[in-house]
Design a protein around this ligand. Structure first.
Ligand SMILES: NC(=O)C1=CN([C@@H]2O[C@H](COP(=O)(O)OP(=O)(O)OC[C@H]3O[C@@H](n4cnc5c(N)ncnc54)[C@H](O)[C@@H]3O)[C@@H](O)[C@H]2O)C=CC1
Ligand SMILES: O=C([O-])CC(=O)C(=O)O
Length: 342
């Protein structure tokens, strides 16, 4: 047999994309699907039995990724969309949109230095979402998360499509890392470690609440400080190790797939689905903050608020709030400039 182009289901063709809306089961759209995170994330999502339609969008190279994934024998239909003109079509009917589009860090850069490149990407995705799937749950991975989420919120507000219960900055990787590093130190399996990580997603704004770790962390203050520092700087550890070839992709794909699965379990009405994520919040003086959230069919069912903190954690929280407030303020100003220009 000879094929002139990758074989995708006929329902993927743009002319027929409306059909995708009416497929039964849940639909997840991945934006940035051909990227370092997007590809392994899509591979993991293709294996998720809760997902019936996986819609892949990128500005380039999506077709090949989708063709490749579509050969995997799981009951999940893969659609491919490519180029700016197809972004909206890729989002129509989505229950969950996960966004991993935008530049990653290089060694020596801070996450904040990605803002100029990534703000417009996130804003264009937010605009498309407001038209194509305003009721979807939105999971933004794109950095700098602390600032990107307020930007997305402002753009959605300007389009009358903002629901604070549906917009999430993905901080799951911080929890994944905390569980992994603590499990080494506790001598238990990572999946048996429970530890909230609150605040934001950069440096000292990432605050693992070791005092609430279960099983209890019994190490010295010095060991605890080292652990907290390692969790806060884990992204930089990967950026340095990759030496110019990007930042965390595989662990982020794992974390992103876990978070999307939790959103889907919530949509399906499963009880007691709890995840930490960076959302609009009134638990602190910062307008956006990550805490444990109870998830439900419409996104956040209940913000479970700040965990109990000990003195060390109280002091760290006090220090991180001004940093987070500044990141948020930058985002709101940035979004206002984008809105004024459009
Ligand atoms: N929240 C978190 O914990 C983490 C966040 N990240 C962030 O995730 C983002 C993506 O990282 P990687 O996948 O490693 O980068 P990458 O460069 O490998 O992939 C990014 C993809 O986005 C696509 N893209 C760019 N503009 C787009 C647009 N307007 N619409 C759709 N797609 C577009 C590119 O074509 C590319 O395929 C970065 O900003 C990175 O900093 C990375 C790791 C962890
Ligand atoms: O460090 C980065 O730039 C990517 C990231 O957010 C992480 O790995 O936590």
């Amino acid at each position: 047999m000879k094929f002139s182009q990758p074989i995708l289901c006929k329902q993927c063709s743009l002319a027929n994309w409306e059909n995708v809306m009416f497929r039964r089961g849940l639909k997840v759209s991945v934006v940035g699907a051909a990227g370092g995170i997007g590809q392994p994330l899509s591979l993991l999502l293709k294996q998720n039995p809760l997902i019936k339609t996986l819609s892949l969008y990128d500005i380039t190279s999506t077709r090949g990724v989708a063709a490749d994934l579509s050969h995997i024998c799981s009951d999940c239909h893969v659609c491919s969309f490519e180029g700016a003109g197809q972004m909206k079509a890729s989002l129509v009917g989505a229950d969950v949109v996960v966004v991993a589009a935008g530049l990653p860090r290089k060694p020596g850069m801070t996450r904040d230095q990605l803002l100029d490149a990534n703000a417009s990407v996130a804003a264009s995705v937010a605009k498309a979402i407001s038209d194509a799937c305003p009721g979807a749950l939105l999971a933004f991975i794109t950095n700098p998360v602390n600032t990107i989420v307020p930007i997305v919120a402002e753009i959605l507000k300007s389009e009358d499509a903002y629901d604070p219960k549906r917009l999430f900055g993905v901080t799951t990787l911080d929890v994944v890392r905390a569980k992994t590093f603590l499990s080494d130190s506790l001598g238990v399996e990572p999946q048996d470690v429970n530890v909230p990580v609150i605040g934001g997603h950069a440096g000292t704004t990432i605050l693992p609440i070791i005092s609430q770790c279960n099983p209890k962390f019994e190490g010295s203050d010095e060991e605890r400080e080292q652990l907290v520092h390692r969790i806060q700087e884990a992204g930089t550890e990967v950026v340095k190790a990759k030496a110019g070839k990007g930042s965390a992709t595989l662990s982020m794909a794992f974390a992103g797939a876990h978070f999307v699965n939790s959103l889907l379990r919530g949509i399906n009405g499963e009880e007691l689905v709890i995840e930490c994520a960076y959302v609009e919040s009134d638990v602190s003086e910062a307008d956006y903050f990550s805490t444990p959230l109870l998830l439900g069919p419409k996104g956040i069912e209940e913000n479970l608020g700040l965990p109990d903190l000990d003195e060390i954690e109280e002091a760290a929280l006090e220090k991180l709030i001004p940093v987070l407030k500044k990141n948020i303020h930058t985002g709101v100003e940035y979004a206002q400039a984008i809105i004024a220009d459009s």
